[in-house]
Design a binder for this molecule. Structure first.
Ligand SMILES: O=C(O)[C@@H](CO)OP(=O)(O)O
Length: 255
């Protein structure tokens, strides 16, 4: 008797370049729009999906407009603008605490390489928390009202993994298990958290893993167990050459 593993197709898409990516500012939960280049990247992502006939049945996004706009542009290009949408703050970018709105190069110069990289890429050192009167705080933002005092004031990647895991192995896995092709439009660090969970990347190795803007990363996943398991570890970028170049640029931000 042959047994087949129930599998699903999970497409991860980091938003196209934002206006603050182009200005080299720490962004986190600040709700900035796409740049013109980001709009073009998001549209191109839709072309790549259509070319490969990878047509999502449902899309999950964060509650930040750079991810929402990216999903809309890509899906429109792929003629899938009509599919159901689910949004959740658990897919948001890492909250960057008091660094939100600060220039990456200036931060590197002020605090030095070691502190800069600890805040930016260490697994468990969060930046200092943001205060409620900071102009880039999310205090009072109605989209986070349900969180109350639990709303983060800063996060390290470990915090993002912890808040994202129940969503990945909950609503996203449920859609995959129902046979749907799932698009997740999210952010550099929330997708690093997804990749860490899927590929079981160590706390040390995840520091060197960067996600490029606007290039779909496709995983085939086993949906049978309690947690998603990739059948193609590391996934497949639909434009591997562009992805490799863009990954280097993300790694070098601030320099
Ligand atoms: O500023 C941010 O929110 C993120 C993503 O753009 O930056 P970094 O890659 O430095 O973590």
């Amino acid at each position: 008797m042959t047994s087949t593993t129930p599998t699903g197709t999970l497409i991860l898409l980091r938003h196209g370049e934002s206006t603050w990516n182009s200005k080299n500012l720490f962004t986190g939960w600040v709700d900035v729009p796409l740049s013109d280049k980001g709009v073009a990247e998001a549209t191109h992502a839709g072309e790549l999906l259509a070319e490969r006939n990878l047509l999502p049945d449902v899309v999950h996004t964060s509650v930040l407009r750079r991810a929402i706009s990216t999903a809309n542009l890509a899906l429109d290009k792929a003629d899938r603008h009509w599919i159901p949408v689910r949004r959740h703050w658990r897919l948001n970018e890492r909250h960057y605490g008091d660094l939100q709105g600060k220039d990456k190069k200036q931060t590197l110069e002020t605090y030095g390489e070691e502190q800069f990289m600890l805040w930016r890429r260490s697994y468990d050192t969060p930046p200092p928390p943001i205060s409620a009167d900071n102009e880039y705080s999310q205090a009072g933002d109605p989209r986070y009202a349900e969180l109350g005092d639990a709303a983060p004031q800063t996060e390290c990647l470990a915090d993002v993994v912890a808040r994202l895991e129940p969503y990945l192995n909950g609503p996203i896995k449920d859609d995959l298990a129902a046979g749907k092709t799932v698009l997740v439009a999210a952010h550099g660090n929330s997708l690093r958290a997804v990749v860490k969970l899927l590929d079981n990347v160590s706390d040390e190795a995840i520091a060197a893993l960067n996600i490029p803007t606007g290039i779909p990363l496709v995983y085939q996943v086993d949906v049978a167990g309690p947690t998603l398991k990739p059948l193609n570890p590391g996934g497949e970028y639909l434009d591997p050459q562009a992805a490799a170049e863009a990954v280097k640029a993300v790694a070098n931000q601030g320099r």
